[in-house]
Design a binder for this molecule. Structure first.
Ligand code: S3P
Length: 186
């Protein structure tokens, strides 16, 4: 499969893995549009993620996520896509990502992720419980999905977002050449 078949770059991984911040850096350096899927879901539904969960339940959120993901992957221009941690739960999403994107798993231990997400505000799955315990459970459930989907796996525990972005860009350049890359700010 060629880069033309899979024009997009998708970042997957659990909450607190750094998908949004790294995605923005990679997009800037590659001069690609950055699509943050949670933001698209909020724009498409006109509601915050918390309100979507509260009013429509997790299933309603997953419906919105699937529909926004489908739209993003249909974009003709190559984008950098920061997904939400549960995007691989639906087989249709796994298939769509495999068909249209190179996939990078940003891996973080639940302990690192917990430190990054704090009390979990704005993340309905973390509210009302112990974030680290929920993150451990989700990590056990979802790691096999991330692993199966990933073309590249990067451990982020000891790395800054800049360092992770550098690794993603270097990998992408090896595959696709340097076209479009802008120099990283020093
Ligand atoms: C979710 C992760 C969130 C968001 C929603 C559900 C999950 O995105 O999509 O709260 O199922 O792990 P982030 O991974 O960007 O926090």
């Amino acid at each position: 499969m060629t880069g033309q078949d899979r024009p997009h770059l998708a970042l997957v991984g659990g909450m607190g893995a750094g998908k949004t911040v790294v995605g923005a850096l990679v997009a800037e350096r590659c001069r690609r549009r950055h699509v943050d899927l949670d933001r698209w879901i909020q724009a498409d539904t006109g509601r915050s993620i918390g309100v979507v969960f509260a009013e429509s339940g997790e299933d309603g959120f997953r419906d919105a996520e699937q529909s926004s993901l489908g739209r993003a992957l249909e974009l003709a221009e190559p984008v950098v896509l920061s997904t939400g941690g549960g995007v691989l739960r639906r087989p249709a999403n796994r298939e769509a990502l495999a068909a249209r994107a190179r996939v990078v798993w940003l891996r973080a231990t639940p302990e690192t992720a917990a430190a990054r997400v704090g009390d979990g505000t704005g993340r309905p799955l973390l509210e009302g419980g112990s974030p680290v315990e929920v993150l451990r459970r989700l990590d056990a459930e979802r790691s096999p999905l991330y692993e199966a989907a990933a073309d590249l796996v990067l451990d982020t525990d000891a790395a800054t977002p800049d360092q992770v972005a550098d690794e993603v860009v270097a990998w992408l350049e090896r595959l696709e050449g340097p076209a479009g890359r802008s120099a990283a700010p020093s």
